[in-house]
Design a protein around this ligand. Structure first.
Ligand code: DC
Length: 491
């Protein structure tokens, strides 16, 4: 989700955006800090801001990086920390001139889009909802009286907490800040390129007499409404944004570490995660092969189907062993297979640490988890395959009726790819119902033919997804029944 918060200086954008990003575990993008970084670099290098070409050259060459520090976001320009230097009165007085240059804006907007491209982000600035992320799900235009804004800035300058009301400040200094704010508002809202104007679909919030928590609550309500709307649209198969572009760029904004594992290709994971995955796969493969002598029939079909694109692999689910077998086989053959797991596991610290590093993607069961769908879609579009258990949970007792979760068909449809059905038999005999210790029993898997949406006869998009869900599930159970018939008594 993209949340765009625009508004004039001192309206409380930064405080509110940071708080929401923290509460909702999203990245935070401070676009004002980027214009400030350009202004600072020019001032430090003695560049006359009237020399537009020189300023543009700086903006086009600048390397800005954000890092999450203990006390807030830190800003680096060409690897040198400038967190406090970009907030001086001198930068305040000059930044609007820099931000009014169209080519500077172009360069910054390109960086900002790159930063927010693959991630959920709360971005604040002046043109986020109108230019940077015009398709943001939530757009807010935050305002406040000029005097309230000047007071907040004055409190901040004196090292106080602007969120607290009734803090005394130096009256002359506050007056000077007020004049500067009015002057900057004027430049920002009358400049030719991307002036400070609310997006047509932005929700206006006046923060003059609201606390930070009250503003955040209003915005979070908008976020919940947007997420619910999107979920219901997706569930109905009505809206599918096939235009989502996927690039390999790393975000500039500080990123949540889990988020980066879900969004980055497994082969681009940090070295420690790649080593962890390889070691676990090799050990797990050797151990399970010796203990359960498992085989995957027609594995070649799966390897061919996933050779130059990602596919959605579906499998019945009876035991803890199930995800390991296709994952070992695929990964050792040079493919990437990302299992979808229920996010309940993330409650266990060690699993929350390990599973993302193995490429697994969490899903909230019982809801239309749009986030998980999108993550899977993006992985598929990058050529990685997804392993999903449509039964949602292990089916361990004969009287347990599987409830099929159809998300897998929607996922394949969104990523325009095939579904490969697969079945496993014998794994339930390893730990039969009521038993805990694994016993050495042979396990059999079989891969079916890939199923393509091109072969689905149904007309509408929603009908195609429903039909694919039905056919793919049927194929998966056919494979399972074949294996059961060939290995009587095995489950
Ligand atoms: O939000 P701020 O005070 O840190 O912004 C610094 C300057 O940058 C301000 O003069 C407006 C400009 N700016 C902009 O033009 N567009 C943005 N998206 C963000 C900031």
């Amino acid at each position: 989700m993209k949340v765009a918060i625009d508004g004039p200086a001192g309206s409380g954008k930064s405080t509110v955006a940071k708080q929401i990003a923290k509460q909702r575990n999203l990245s935070y993008l401070d676009t004002g800090a980027m214009y400030r970084s350009v202004a600072l670099t020019c001032l430090e290098q003695g560049i006359d801001l009237a020399n537009t070409q020189a300023v543009i050259a700086q903006a086009q060459a600048i390397d800005i990086r954000f890092e999450q520090g203990d006390t807030g976001q830190r800003v680096f320009v060409n690897d040198k920390e400038v967190t406090s230097q970009i907030r001086t009165a001198q930068v305040d007085q000059n930044v609007s001139t820099v931000a009014a240059i169209p080519q500077v804006r172009e360069a910054m907007v390109a960086l900002q889009r790159k930063a927010g491209e693959k991630i959920d982000v709360v971005a604040e600035g002046r043109d986020i909802g109108t230019v940077v992320f015009p398709h943001a799900e939530v757009k807010v235009f935050l305002t406040a009286d000029a005097s309230a804004r000047a007071h907040r800035r004055a409190v901040e300058r004196e090292g106080g907490n602007a969120a607290q009301q009734d803090v005394a400040t130096d009256v002359a200094e506050e007056q000077r800040i007020l004049e500067d704010i009015v002057r900057r508002d004027n430049i920002d809202s009358t400049r030719e390129t991307s002036p400070l104007v609310p997006a047509k679909d932005a929700v206006h919030i006046d923060s003059s007499h609201l606390s930070v928590d009250e503003v955040c609550a209003q915005i979070e309500k908008l976020m919940d409404e947007a997420a619910a709307k999107k979920a219901s649209e997706l569930q109905a198969g009505a809206v599918m944004d096939d235009t989502t572009t996927v690039t390999e760029q790393q975000p500039v904004a500080a990123k949540d570490s889990w988020e980066s594992y879900y969004e980055t290709k497994v082969q681009d994971f940090p070295l420690h995660a790649r080593i962890l995955l390889k070691v676990l796969v090799v050990l797990c493969n050797a151990y399970t092969k010796i203990k359960y002598r498992w085989t995957i029939e027609n594995l070649k079909t799966l390897l061919v189907a996933s050779a130059d694109r990602g596919v959605v692999v579906i499998m019945n689910h009876v035991s803890f062993l199930d995800p390991f077998l296709p994952a070992c086989a695929m990964i050792l053959a040079g493919r990437s297979l990302r299992p979808i797991y229920k996010d309940d596991f993330n409650r266990f610290g060690i699993l929350h640490w390990v599973l993302p590093r193995l490429g697994a993607i969490p899903v909230a069961r019982g809801t239309a988890d749009v986030k998980a769908l999108r993550r899977a879609q993006r992985a598929l579009q990058k050529g990685e395959s997804i392993l999903i258990f449509p039964e949602g949970t292990r089916i361990r007792r004969p009287d347990q009726v599987p409830q099929i979760h159809g998300g897998f068909a929607l996922m394949a449809k969104m990523a325009k790819t095939d579904i490969v059905p697969m079945a496993i038999v014998g794994a339930l005999d390893i730990t039969p119902y009521g038993k805990h210790y694994p016993r050495p029993k042979k396990v059999y898997c079989r891969v079916g033919e890939p199923l393509s949406f091109n072969d689905i006869k149904a007309k509408g998009r929603k009908e195609q997804v429903v039909e694919m869900e039905r056919i793919a599930t049927q194929k998966m159970y056919e494979l399972r029944d074949q294996l059961m018939a060939e290995h009587p008594g095995r489950k």
